[in-house]
Structure formats: structure tokens, C-alpha cells
Ligand binder design. Structure first.
Ligand code: FAD
Length: 411
């Protein structure tokens, strides 16, 4: 791919699974095999599909095309790989999971989040399978695992962002049902989802914090998705979900009442870490693009990569990224060893998100004017990687967690 001469198509191109960091592969043989297969899928069939339908990071596929990707990925054995083994998952260690996901994102493919249904598929339900009743399994979890249906995770509200326990969406018991009213904000995948895992208050007194989780059908009466806003990365796969006297049978309550936040965030430590490979993978794309551009772009009669200022930027980017990646892999090994790892996962998320953004910023600088033209891949990566400092717990919230683990709760 020529990252320098094809501005808008540059966001769709992929780069062939080149290993940027030298050294022996850190994961299992099985992970190495999965990586080889999945990058071939992304760089071949899915790159072709993206070209054919003019899909890039900012011009996403519609629901029908996404479902084609999910189903094909399922046929090839990738879609359900994060599910529990008894549901057909690969039983990957955290380390293998991180490495596979990093490789997927390092292809630069706009389909990266869809290969194993990260936005709306198996990772959203895998951890809930343990708590689900047979009915919930049949109606909600299996259709998602089989790529027939899509599901989103609805926790955030206007007044419940970082303070996730402050949800005001209210579920009131009425006979065999709960009646739900409220509004969820910023819900990824909701514009194309069929179901949601909804986190709502079941407290009689809304000032109390009794938070429960439900499976809800987004096509049922009394619920609607309002999309239409775009994130700074140009995507519009996020929406609000409005509940207006929406009735759900009590059989759709997940686990015990009052356990919703714990269920929803149950694997928060692992989940927090599992966002890191996306950032590291995308930052690797930015570093690679910057390196390639520095070797090819000429000013003052020579490649800009021959100027020490550019070399130093590349050296810093590479060093910072290698350090963040090492922390990510170290934390994965700790979690695999059964260590609680709450502070470590927060450190990894903080470090990877801040580092990845710095790498993207320097990548833009190395591209000069070309780097700030919309549609150029580094320009997109800069905006995309800016978002990760907010998403899934802001940098400030990660620091709070790390400090709390160090100091104990001093409030
Ligand atoms: C594109 C996108 C996708 C999302 N997807 C989902 C989804 O699928 N499901 C879902 O439920 N949510 C989702 N969210 C919501 C996301 O998790 C929240 O935006 C995020 O947790 C921050 O909450 P907030 O936006 O309300 O910011 P706020 O909590 O209002 O924070 C504003 C600022 O105050 C700081 N701050 C807040 N509290 C403290 C404190 N105690 N100490 C220090 N600083 C503090 C924050 O760090 C931040 O800088 C998504 C958001 C976006 C933008």
C-alpha cells in the first residue's frame, strides 16, 4: 500500500500482518496459527469486500454487510473464539487473546472490530452465559453467538458516566414484568443491535443504588434507538436508547436483583486490559505509516527520515510503544496467573491509551501537511486514538483506581 498517494483509500488498505516488534512470539502456537489465519482473512477477503463496498473507518458497513462479515467469520471459526469453550470458544488465555486482538487491529482493517463481534457479538455475552437461565440462553445468547442477532451493552446515562453506579433508568416491578423508563447515552453498536444488556436501577428509592441487569429486545414496543451523532473519529455506530414504559418479563432479569453492576462489570479488570491491544495495534499502524513516509518523502534533496529530528521522533514512538506493549503483555500474564490485577489493568489502559495517542500525534507531525488532510490514515488514527483516553474509563478514573489500590480508600 502506498500510504502517501491514496488519501481516502488509505483507510481501507491493510498491511499484511508484518510483525513490527522483533523477538520470539509471546503467545501459544495456537494463537500464532489463529493470527496467521485471521490476518489472511482481513488482508484478503475482507479487504476486497471493503474495496467493493467502499467501506473505510468512517464509512461503515450497513447491518446486512456486517452480518455477512460476522457469519463468514463464524464459518472460519473466528467469530466465537472468545466464548466459553463449551459454547465453541477457543479457551484462549488472556495473553493469547491480547496478541490475537493486537494483530487484528494492526492490519488497519475497518472490519477489525467485527471479526469476533467486539461491538455487538460474542464478547458482549460470553461472560453472562454462566448466569443466564436456559430461556435467556435460547432467546438472547445463542442467537448472538451464532451471528444471527447483535447485542449492545447499555450502562452510561447523561448523569451516570464515570459514576456508573448512578444510573437513573428505572425498572419497576409490576406483576410478572418490569416496567422500564429512562435514557441510555453513547451506546456502541446500538444503531444496528437487536438486543441490549441493560443496566437499570431496581431500587424502590431512586436515591439508593440497587442496580440490576436485563436482556431487552430493542425491537419491542416502548423502546427506540436514537442515533445520528458522530464521534470525532467520524463513526456513527453509537446511539442513545430511550425506554418509555417498556415492559420486560421478569424472566429477562440477569442473575439476582441488585447484582447488575457486578455482573456487567464482573470481568472489568480483564475487559479493561482487553481494550489495550486495539490501541497498540492502531498505534503500530501509525508508526509503520510514519516510518514508510519518512523513508519516501524527500525535502532538501533527501528523504526526511535522514533528518535527526525525524529519526528521534520515530525512535521515541517506537520506544514508547514497545514499553506500553510490554506492560500490556506483562499484565496479561499476571491475569492468566490468577493475580487480581486491578491496578495493573488500569495502569495498562492508562499507559496504552496515552502512549498510543502520543504516537499518533508524532505520526501526524512526520507527515507534515499531508498528515492533517482528512481521509489520510494517520489523520484518522490521531482522532481515533484520542477517543481511547476517554472510552471505557477515562485516564483520570484509571489514575483514581491505581491510587486507591496503592493508598486504600482514603475518602
Ligand atoms: C464512542 C463512545 C462509545 C461508548 N460506548 C459505550 C457503551 O457501549 N456502553 C456504555 O454503557 N457506555 C459507552 N460509552 C460511555 C463511556 O464509557 C463514557 O463516556 C465514559 O465512561 C466517560 O463518562 P462521561 O462521558 O459521562 O464523562 P464524565 O464522567 O462526565 O467525565 C468528564 C470528565 O471528568 C472527569 N472525572 C469524572 N469523575 C472524576 C473523578 N472522580 N475524578 C477525577 N476526574 C473525574 C473525567 O475523567 C473526564 O475528564 C461510550 C462513549 C463514547 C464516547
Amino acid at each position: 500500500m502506498d500510504a502517501t498517494t491514496t488519501p481516502s483509500s488509505s483507510t481501507t488498505a491493510t498491511t499484511g500482518g508484518e510483525r513490527f516488534f522483533a523477538g520470539p512470539f509471546e503467545g501459544s502456537e495456537r494463537a500464532a496459527t489463529v493470527i496467521a489465519q485471521v490476518t489472511t482473512f482481513l488482508d484478503g477477503e475482507l479487504a476486497e469486500l471493503a474495496r467493493e463496498h467502499v467501506i473505510d473507518h468512517e464509512h461503515g458497513a450497513d447491518r446486512a454487510l456486517l452480518q455477512r462479515v460476522w457469519k463468514r467469520s463464524r464459518e472460519l471459526g473466528f467469530y466465537g473464539m472468545t466464548l466459553p469453550e463449551k459454547m465453541g470458544g477457543l479457551g484462549l488465555s488472556v495473553l493469547d487473546h491480547v496478541l490475537v486482538k493486537e494483530a487484528i487491529y494492526a492490519t488497519g482493517s475497518p472490519f477489525a472490530p467485527h471479526v469476533f463481534g467486539e461491538l455487538s457479538g460474542p464478547p458482549r455475552v460470553g461472560a453472562l452465559a454462566r448466569f443466564a437461565t436456559p430461556l435467556q440462553m435460547q432467546r438472547f445468547i445463542l442467537p448472538v453467538a451464532q451471528a444471527e442477532k447483535a447485542i449492545c451493552f447499555a450502562l452510561t446515562e447523561a448523569e451516570a458516566g464515570s459514576d456508573a453506579g448512578n444510573v437513573q433508568t428505572h425498572a419497576v416491578r409490576d406483576g410478572d414484568d418490569y416496567v422500564i423508563n429512562g435514557r441510555k447515552r453513547f451506546i456502541s453498536g446500538s444503531p444496528f443491535a437487536d438486543f441490549a444488556v441493560l443496566v437499570a436501577s431496581t431500587a424502590a428509592d431512586p436515591a439508593q443504588r440497587e442496580v440490576s441487569a436485563f436482556f431487552v429486545d430493542l425491537h419491542a414496543p416502548g423502546v427506540r434507538v436514537e442515533s445520528g451523532y458522530k464521534t470525532m473519529a467520524g463513526q456513527s455506530s453509537t446511539g442513545d436508547i430511550v425506554f418509555d414504559n417498556h415492559r420486560v418479563p421478569a424472566t429477562q432479569l440477569i442473575g439476582e436483583p441488585g447484582r447488575g453492576l457486578a455482573l456487567a462489570l464482573g470481568r472489568i479488570t480483564v475487559n479493561r486490559l482487553l481494550h489495550c491491544p486495539a490501541m497498540v495495534g492502531l498505534a503500530t499502524v501509525a508508526l509503520r505509516d510514519a516510518r514508510d513516509y519518512a523513508m519516501q518523502r524527500k525535502q532538501f534533496g533527501r528523504a526526511i527520515g535522514q533528518f535527526q529530528a525525524i529519526q528521534h521522533m520515530l525512535a521515541e514512538m517506537s520506544t514508547d510503544l514497545a514499553a506500553a506493549r510490554a506492560l500490556m503483555l506483562h499484565t496479561a500474564r499476571q491475569l492468566d496467573a490468577g493475580i487480581d490485577g486491578r491496578a495493573e489493568s488500569s495502569m495498562a489502559k492508562l499507559c496504552c491509551s496515552e502512549t498510543a495517542f502520543r504516537v499518533a500525534d508524532r505520526a501526524v507531525q512526520i507527515h507534515g501537511g499531508e498528515g492533517i488532510v482528512q481521509g489520510r490514515r494517520v489523520e484518522f488514527l490521531f482522532r481515533m486514538l484520542r477517543m481511547y483516553r476517554v472510552l471505557t474509563g477515562t485516564s483520570e478514573i484509571q489514575k483514581n483506581t491505581i491510587a486507591r489500590e496503592l493508598l486504600g480508600d482514603t475518602r
